[in-house]
Design a protein around this ligand. Structure first.
Ligand code: SF4
Ligand code: F3S
Ligand code: FES
Length: 251
Protein backbone atom coordinates (compact mmCIF):
# COMPACT_ATOMS: atom_id res chain seq x y z
CA UNK A 1 0.00 0.00 0.00
CA UNK A 2 1.45 3.37 -1.00
CA UNK A 3 2.07 5.54 2.06
CA UNK A 4 0.90 9.16 2.11
CA UNK A 5 3.52 11.87 2.72
CA UNK A 6 2.97 13.63 6.04
CA UNK A 7 3.52 17.37 6.58
CA UNK A 8 6.84 16.68 8.23
CA UNK A 9 8.03 14.76 5.14
CA UNK A 10 6.84 17.22 2.45
CA UNK A 11 9.65 19.28 1.00
CA UNK A 12 9.28 23.05 0.84
CA UNK A 13 11.06 25.98 -0.78
CA UNK A 14 12.67 28.39 1.63
CA UNK A 15 13.27 32.03 0.77
CA UNK A 16 16.04 32.92 3.17
CA UNK A 17 17.14 36.50 3.85
CA UNK A 18 20.34 36.90 5.83
CA UNK A 19 21.68 40.19 7.17
CA UNK A 20 25.21 40.44 5.80
CA UNK A 21 27.98 42.82 6.78
CA UNK A 22 31.72 42.66 6.28
CA UNK A 23 33.25 45.79 7.82
CA UNK A 24 36.35 45.32 5.64
CA UNK A 25 34.41 45.92 2.46
CA UNK A 26 30.78 46.91 3.11
CA UNK A 27 29.86 50.51 3.89
CA UNK A 28 26.64 49.29 5.45
CA UNK A 29 24.77 46.03 6.07
CA UNK A 30 22.82 44.43 3.21
CA UNK A 31 20.44 41.51 2.76
CA UNK A 32 21.66 38.31 1.17
CA UNK A 33 18.73 36.49 -0.46
CA UNK A 34 18.87 32.76 -1.11
CA UNK A 35 16.29 30.36 -2.53
CA UNK A 36 16.63 26.85 -1.17
CA UNK A 37 14.58 24.09 -2.80
CA UNK A 38 13.87 20.62 -1.44
CA UNK A 39 14.06 21.65 2.20
CA UNK A 40 12.63 19.24 4.76
CA UNK A 41 10.40 20.85 7.41
CA UNK A 42 12.52 18.99 9.94
CA UNK A 43 15.65 20.83 8.79
CA UNK A 44 16.83 23.53 11.15
CA UNK A 45 17.75 27.12 10.38
CA UNK A 46 21.35 26.09 11.03
CA UNK A 47 21.02 23.46 8.28
CA UNK A 48 19.85 26.20 5.91
CA UNK A 49 22.75 28.48 6.80
CA UNK A 50 25.14 25.57 6.23
CA UNK A 51 23.58 25.03 2.80
CA UNK A 52 24.25 28.65 1.95
CA UNK A 53 27.78 28.58 3.33
CA UNK A 54 28.79 25.24 1.83
CA UNK A 55 27.03 25.45 -1.53
CA UNK A 56 26.32 29.08 -2.41
CA UNK A 57 28.56 31.57 -0.61
CA UNK A 58 31.45 30.40 1.53
CA UNK A 59 32.04 33.91 2.84
CA UNK A 60 28.93 33.76 5.08
CA UNK A 61 30.15 34.03 8.68
CA UNK A 62 28.33 32.45 11.62
CA UNK A 63 29.17 30.81 14.93
CA UNK A 64 28.04 27.31 15.79
CA UNK A 65 29.50 24.25 17.39
CA UNK A 66 27.36 21.45 18.87
CA UNK A 67 24.30 21.77 16.56
CA UNK A 68 22.21 20.30 19.40
CA UNK A 69 21.21 23.21 21.65
CA UNK A 70 23.98 22.68 24.15
CA UNK A 71 26.85 25.08 23.47
CA UNK A 72 24.79 28.26 23.06
CA UNK A 73 26.94 29.65 20.25
CA UNK A 74 24.39 30.12 17.45
CA UNK A 75 21.86 32.54 18.90
CA UNK A 76 20.49 34.88 16.24
CA UNK A 77 17.34 36.81 15.43
CA UNK A 78 15.10 34.54 13.42
CA UNK A 79 11.96 36.16 12.00
CA UNK A 80 12.34 38.90 14.60
CA UNK A 81 12.88 36.81 17.73
CA UNK A 82 16.06 35.48 19.31
CA UNK A 83 16.56 31.72 19.02
CA UNK A 84 19.23 29.08 18.58
CA UNK A 85 19.48 28.34 14.85
CA UNK A 86 20.18 24.67 15.59
CA UNK A 87 16.95 24.29 17.60
CA UNK A 88 14.65 26.15 15.21
CA UNK A 89 12.90 23.84 12.77
CA UNK A 90 11.69 25.11 9.41
CA UNK A 91 8.30 23.59 10.31
CA UNK A 92 8.03 26.01 13.23
CA UNK A 93 8.36 28.98 10.88
CA UNK A 94 5.97 27.61 8.27
CA UNK A 95 2.29 28.42 7.85
CA UNK A 96 1.75 25.02 6.29
CA UNK A 97 2.24 26.04 2.64
CA UNK A 98 4.91 25.00 0.13
CA UNK A 99 7.00 28.12 0.70
CA UNK A 100 8.58 29.42 3.89
CA UNK A 101 10.09 32.88 4.33
CA UNK A 102 12.83 33.14 6.91
CA UNK A 103 14.81 36.20 7.89
CA UNK A 104 17.98 35.87 9.94
CA UNK A 105 19.91 38.70 11.61
CA UNK A 106 22.63 38.97 14.24
CA UNK A 107 21.61 39.52 17.87
CA UNK A 108 20.82 43.13 18.74
CA UNK A 109 22.79 45.24 21.21
CA UNK A 110 26.26 43.79 20.57
CA UNK A 111 28.70 45.03 17.89
CA UNK A 112 28.66 43.01 14.66
CA UNK A 113 32.06 41.56 13.76
CA UNK A 114 30.92 39.97 10.49
CA UNK A 115 27.52 38.82 9.21
CA UNK A 116 25.89 36.82 12.05
CA UNK A 117 28.90 36.99 14.38
CA UNK A 118 28.74 39.56 17.15
CA UNK A 119 31.34 40.60 19.69
CA UNK A 120 30.35 38.70 22.86
CA UNK A 121 32.90 40.39 25.07
CA UNK A 122 30.51 43.03 26.54
CA UNK A 123 28.13 40.17 27.39
CA UNK A 124 30.83 38.09 29.09
CA UNK A 125 32.13 41.16 30.93
CA UNK A 126 28.73 41.42 32.63
CA UNK A 127 28.84 37.70 33.32
CA UNK A 128 32.20 38.06 35.07
CA UNK A 129 30.92 41.04 37.12
CA UNK A 130 28.59 38.86 39.20
CA UNK A 131 31.34 36.47 40.42
CA UNK A 132 29.96 33.39 38.64
CA UNK A 133 31.86 30.87 40.71
CA UNK A 134 31.50 29.06 44.00
CA UNK A 135 32.93 30.87 47.04
CA UNK A 136 33.43 29.03 50.32
CA UNK A 137 36.50 29.62 52.45
CA UNK A 138 35.32 27.49 55.39
CA UNK A 139 37.22 24.24 55.97
CA UNK A 140 35.56 21.28 54.26
CA UNK A 141 33.85 18.60 56.42
CA UNK A 142 36.47 16.78 58.55
CA UNK A 143 35.30 13.33 57.40
CA UNK A 144 36.43 14.15 53.86
CA UNK A 145 32.89 14.18 52.50
CA UNK A 146 31.48 16.80 50.14
CA UNK A 147 29.64 19.85 51.46
CA UNK A 148 26.15 18.38 51.72
CA UNK A 149 22.94 20.05 50.66
CA UNK A 150 19.32 19.00 51.09
CA UNK A 151 17.16 18.37 48.00
CA UNK A 152 15.05 21.40 49.01
CA UNK A 153 18.12 23.64 49.14
CA UNK A 154 19.27 22.34 45.75
CA UNK A 155 15.83 22.99 44.26
CA UNK A 156 16.08 26.72 45.01
CA UNK A 157 18.58 27.32 42.22
CA UNK A 158 17.96 24.28 40.02
CA UNK A 159 16.36 26.31 37.23
CA UNK A 160 19.25 28.75 36.89
CA UNK A 161 21.85 25.96 36.62
CA UNK A 162 20.45 25.26 33.15
CA UNK A 163 21.90 28.42 31.58
CA UNK A 164 24.17 27.87 28.55
CA UNK A 165 25.22 31.55 28.25
CA UNK A 166 23.72 31.89 24.79
CA UNK A 167 22.86 35.59 25.33
CA UNK A 168 19.37 35.22 23.82
CA UNK A 169 17.87 36.81 26.93
CA UNK A 170 20.17 39.81 27.34
CA UNK A 171 20.12 40.70 23.64
CA UNK A 172 16.32 40.60 23.52
CA UNK A 173 15.96 43.01 26.44
CA UNK A 174 15.00 46.63 25.63
CA UNK A 175 16.80 47.85 28.77
CA UNK A 176 20.03 46.36 27.39
CA UNK A 177 19.40 47.84 23.93
CA UNK A 178 18.94 51.23 25.60
CA UNK A 179 22.18 51.03 27.59
CA UNK A 180 24.78 48.28 27.25
CA UNK A 181 26.02 49.00 30.76
CA UNK A 182 22.91 47.21 32.07
CA UNK A 183 24.20 43.93 33.50
CA UNK A 184 21.35 42.09 31.84
CA UNK A 185 19.26 38.99 32.52
CA UNK A 186 21.97 36.39 31.78
CA UNK A 187 24.22 37.92 34.44
CA UNK A 188 21.30 37.87 36.90
CA UNK A 189 20.61 34.21 36.14
CA UNK A 190 24.25 33.43 36.95
CA UNK A 191 24.13 35.53 40.12
CA UNK A 192 20.94 33.69 41.11
CA UNK A 193 22.59 30.31 40.61
CA UNK A 194 25.22 31.12 43.29
CA UNK A 195 23.29 33.47 45.62
CA UNK A 196 20.69 30.79 46.43
CA UNK A 197 23.23 27.97 46.76
CA UNK A 198 23.24 27.18 50.50
CA UNK A 199 26.94 26.19 50.30
CA UNK A 200 28.11 29.53 48.91
CA UNK A 201 29.34 32.31 51.17
CA UNK A 202 29.45 35.34 48.85
CA UNK A 203 25.74 36.08 48.50
CA UNK A 204 25.96 39.48 50.22
CA UNK A 205 28.71 40.62 47.87
CA UNK A 206 26.81 39.40 44.82
CA UNK A 207 23.56 41.03 45.96
CA UNK A 208 25.42 44.34 46.25
CA UNK A 209 26.72 43.91 42.69
CA UNK A 210 23.28 43.27 41.20
CA UNK A 211 21.78 46.14 43.22
CA UNK A 212 24.16 48.50 41.35
CA UNK A 213 22.74 51.36 39.26
CA UNK A 214 23.09 49.10 36.17
CA UNK A 215 21.68 46.11 37.99
CA UNK A 216 18.26 44.55 38.52
CA UNK A 217 16.36 47.79 39.06
CA UNK A 218 16.76 48.57 35.36
CA UNK A 219 14.63 45.49 34.68
CA UNK A 220 11.12 46.66 33.74
CA UNK A 221 9.64 43.16 33.83
CA UNK A 222 9.24 43.09 30.05
CA UNK A 223 9.59 39.27 29.88
CA UNK A 224 11.40 39.18 26.48
CA UNK A 225 14.21 37.35 28.28
CA UNK A 226 11.97 34.57 29.55
CA UNK A 227 10.33 34.18 26.15
CA UNK A 228 13.71 34.01 24.39
CA UNK A 229 15.43 31.50 26.67
CA UNK A 230 16.02 28.22 24.78
CA UNK A 231 16.45 26.41 28.11
CA UNK A 232 13.02 27.54 29.37
CA UNK A 233 14.56 29.17 32.41
CA UNK A 234 12.15 31.42 34.30
CA UNK A 235 14.48 34.38 33.89
CA UNK A 236 12.06 37.11 34.98
CA UNK A 237 11.16 35.12 38.09
CA UNK A 238 14.87 34.75 38.94
CA UNK A 239 15.26 38.52 38.63
CA UNK A 240 12.22 38.93 40.90
CA UNK A 241 13.91 36.70 43.51
CA UNK A 242 16.98 38.94 43.44
CA UNK A 243 14.89 42.12 43.80
CA UNK A 244 13.10 40.62 46.78
CA UNK A 245 16.35 39.59 48.44
CA UNK A 246 17.84 43.06 47.94
CA UNK A 247 14.85 44.77 49.56
CA UNK A 248 14.42 42.24 52.36
CA UNK A 249 18.13 41.60 52.98
CA UNK A 250 17.29 37.88 53.08
CA UNK A 251 18.05 35.05 50.67
FE1 SF4 B 1 20.60 31.80 27.24
FE2 SF4 B 1 18.57 31.36 28.94
FE3 SF4 B 1 21.08 31.55 29.86
FE4 SF4 B 1 19.83 33.71 28.97
S1 SF4 B 1 19.22 32.49 30.75
S2 SF4 B 1 21.93 33.13 28.51
S3 SF4 B 1 18.63 32.88 27.29
S4 SF4 B 1 20.28 29.99 28.50
FE1 F3S C 1 14.57 42.86 30.24
FE2 F3S C 1 13.69 40.53 30.98
FE3 F3S C 1 13.56 42.55 32.65
S1 F3S C 1 13.41 41.47 29.02
S2 F3S C 1 13.31 44.30 31.34
S3 F3S C 1 15.42 41.65 31.86
S4 F3S C 1 12.06 40.94 32.43
FE1 FES D 1 25.44 24.68 19.93
FE2 FES D 1 23.34 25.63 18.58
S1 FES D 1 25.30 25.09 17.80
S2 FES D 1 23.57 25.47 20.71
Amino acid sequence: MASMATDTQREVTVYLRVRRYNPEKDRKPWWGEYTLDGVSPTDTVLDLLHQVKWRIDGTLALRRSCAHGVCGSDTMRINGANALACKTLVARLSNGGDEVRIQVEPMLGLPVIKDLIVDMEPFFAHYREVMPYFVNDSPPPADGRERLQSPADRARFDDTTKCILCAACTTSCPSFWADGRYQGPAAFVQAHRFIYDSRDEAYEERLKIVADQFGVWRCRTIFNCTNACPRDIEVTKAIGDLKLSITSGKV
